[in-house]
Design a protein around this ligand. Structure first.
Ligand SMILES: O=C(CO)COP(=O)(O)O
Length: 261
């Protein structure tokens, strides 16, 4: 059985400020003394360089932890006349190690598609970033029994576009759309069923070590439900929205991710 280091990624979405970053770094410095969890802070792009600098300024106090920064999106293009867009190379240049791709909010409101997300994935890995690929079904897709098909299509397009080793250094986040921001998390059993499918499907369609790929759960994760979710065999941590904006809750979730395994 491959051991997988859990990941706790905080997706601030269009929220937060530098004060939150300072609060998080102070908490991690004093309360997280383990490198058994990989922590990823994903603030709005305007704060990325500042958050990275804050982590570097507190490197001594953060020694023995694993904390990086990630973007919330990246362009499928390298640069040029694309107002408002941010290239993967730019994220890497300010010290990002990760980038969230294909979040359902970007698919719903900003035109991300299965094809464009696979192309963004290519730019991310070409620039040395670890993609956090978001997949998940809507309530109607689940009710119609299409959950696995919807997720399989995204995984297959990434492999078709990026090759059979695409997931060698990537993270997947299962985020059922009906659980995001609703307070209605998937049950541990629902999460485990889909995570196990993702892992099995990766083994079928790619040459990456499916047992080594971290698969995070996201969608209304809080300290009240995290222990059971993180204890699931194929749940390797979480992609956290609302709770990542509260330093106490977020560090609590990091500690739960460590103790769950
Ligand atoms: O979208 C999410 C993380 O990317 C989940 O958001 P919530 O944790 O607020 O449900």
């Amino acid at each position: 059985m491959t051991s997988r280091r859990p990941v706790l990624a905080g997706n601030w979405k269009m929220n937060g400020n530098l004060q939150l970053a300072q609060e998080l770094v102070a908490k991690f410095s004093s309360e997280l003394d383990s490198d058994a969890v990989e922590v990823v802070l994903c603030p709005p792009a305007v704060f990325l360089a500042n958050v990275k600098q804050l982590l570097e300024q507190n490197a001594a106090a953060l020694a023995g932890t694993r904390i990086g920064v990630g973007g919330q999106n990246a362009s499928a293009l390298d640069g040029g006349a694309h107002t408002g867009e941010i290239a993967a190379s730019m994220l890497a240049s300010v010290g990002c190690d990760y980038v969230i791709l294909g979040h359902s909010e970007r698919r719903a409101m900003y035109g991300d598609t299965t094809v464009s997300v696979a192309e963004k994935f290519a730019k991310a890995i070409a620039n040395g970033l670890i993609p956090i690929l978001c997949v998940g079904e809507s309530e109607s897709e689940r009710q119609q029994g299409n959950t696995f098909d919807v997720i399989a299509a995204d995984l297959e397009k990434v492999v078709e576009t990026n090759g059979k080793r695409a997931f060698d250094n990537a993270i997947i986040a299962y985020e059922p759309l009906w659980a995001i921001g609703t307070g209605n998390s998937a049950t541990p059993e629902q999460a485990q069923e889909v995570h196990a499918f993702i892992r099995a499907h990766l083994a079928k369609i790619s040459d990456s070590d499916a047992n080594a790929v971290r698969i995070l759960y996201g969608g209304s994760v809080t300290p009240d439900n995290a222990v059971e979710l993180f204890a699931q065999a194929d749940v390797d941590g979480g992609l956290i929205g609302g709770a990542s904006l509260d330093a106490d809750k977020f560090i609590n979730l990091c500690q739960m991710a460590v103790s769950a395994k």
